[in-house]
Design a protein. Structure first.
Length: 209
């Protein structure tokens, strides 16, 4: 059994949540793999490219996938396509509805300008500076479903104060999927103030299987 953590958009394996969970696994003699999802090419980032990175990290499985924000959406996509290689999921503020929500962040004029220019500067939390992002992420994302349908047991954490992906998105998803349990916190999108609480729940969830 392997454990793989998928970080969020414009983040890195050094994110506080990723490193927190890595330390917790290390304390128990286990390794949490945290791949660099952009493969070292953030300007060329796509959903398709990130899924290739996930596939390499998971290998033949079985694996438990952890995912934060966009990483949660990627985990759900991968699990829906490879049910034999993923046993459980632990998702933190998963960015369900990413294709439409991503486009909605920009006006039609901004999207046209981005497409014309080819790149758009965005702040990368891993690099701690702005990095150009290619328009291909918009076009590539459009081929993927808004809410991937996976059958594996999943535990979803979400903050009720999340202004990036409303908690109701996860609540509604769980309502339609009996394999998914949602735990809400008085927190925002990052969930960094409830790390210990999430770990306790994660241990219980994983031990139950």
């Amino acid at each position: 059994m392997s454990f793989v953590y998928l970080h969020g958009f414009a983040s890195s394996p050094q994110s506080s949540k990723a490193q927190f969970f890595a330390r917790k696994f290390q304390e128990r003699g286990r390794t949490l793999e945290i791949p660099v999802l952009d493969g070292g090419d953030f300007p060329g980032l796509t959903i398709t490219g990130q899924l290739r990175v996930v596939e390499k990290a998971v290998g033949d499985g079985p694996a438990v996938l952890f995912g934060s924000s966009l990483g949660g959406y990627l985990a759900a996509l991968f699990a829906s396509r490879h049910p034999e290689r993923v046993t459980q999921l632990v998702l933190m503020a998963p960015a369900f509805q990413f294709p439409s929500r991503w486009r909605a962040r920009f006006s039609p004029a901004e999207l046209d300008s981005w497409k014309l220019q080819g790149t758009l500067p965005v702040f990368h939390y891993g690099y701690k500076r702005e990095v150009d992002l290619g328009y291909q992420i918009v076009e590539d994302a459009s081929q993927y479903e808004e809410e991937p349908e996976f059958s594996q047991p999943a535990l979803v954490f979400h903050g009720v104060q999340d202004t990036v992906v409303p908690a109701q998105v996860s609540v509604e998803y769980a309502r339609r999927h009996p394999n998914v349990k949602v735990q809400l916190f008085e927190s925002g999108h990052e969930l960094t103030d409830v790390l210990e609480d999430m770990w306790v729940s994660t241990l219980g969830f994983l031990n139950s299987f």
